[in-house]
Design a protein. Structure first.
Length: 199
């Protein structure tokens, strides 16, 4: 991932708290159902942007023209986790008056959808070009990176393989671990490289 794309990704993550709280307080005068729907719509816009940015990031890394597949984007955004969609989780936080939880949800969902898009784009490239693709784990390299993710920094695996942490957890991409503590507040991304020797 080039520095400009990575910087835009990190900046957006930093801005999500402000955007989420603005949405939360802007919708505050409405009845609860309207408030939940407005905030969910605002977050949906951010998740669409996340998917688009993930596709662009992968297209840049692989030097290949990729377009957003709306079905794949829909699947990534509306993925059911623990029996709930992101809209259900938004409703849980809004009805509880839990802005901090809503902000964490927005960051986690943005991150999850961005990385899903990156991976979706890499699979499209691999299918269309017939070239092997490897993925490398990249952290933001600051003091907030958890030890299990520092362990993965720079590790490369084939596109269809998973990353394994020292605590036994595993994921195909950042935001896809089996343990919630390895997903919440994660800011890691993937970097893709091709096996051009197959040309």
């Amino acid at each position: 991932m080039n520095d400009k794309t990575f910087s835009a990704y990190v900046t957006t993550l930093d801005e999500l708290n402000v955007l989420t709280s603005t949405s939360y307080y802007t919708a505050s005068g409405k009845d609860m159902t309207s408030k939940v729907n407005q905030i969910a719509d605002d977050l949906l816009s951010l998740l669409i942007k996340a998917y688009q940015q993930g596709i662009v990031a992968t297209a840049d890394m692989l030097a290949y023209d990729l377009t957003v597949d709306t079905d794949s984007m829909y699947d990534a955004i509306f993925m059911v986790i623990d029996g709930k969609t992101f809209e259900d989780r938004v409703a849980d936080h809004v009805t509880a008056g839990d802005l901090a939880g809503l902000q964490t949800l927005a960051e986690s969902e943005y991150h999850r959808v961005f990385n899903a898009a990156e991976e979706d784009g890499a699979y499209v490239f691999q299918s269309e070009r017939g070239l092997g693709v490897s993925k490398k784990w990249v952290t933001v390299r600051d003091e907030k990176v958890r030890d299990t993710h520092k362990y993965l920094e720079g590790m490369s695996v084939a596109l269809d393989e998973e990353f394994y942490t020292f605590d036994g957890d595993h994921a195909a991409r950042p935001g896809g671990f089996t343990k919630a503590e390895n997903n919440v507040n994660c800011r890691c991304v993937l970097q893709f490289e091709t096996d051009t020797s197959q040309d």
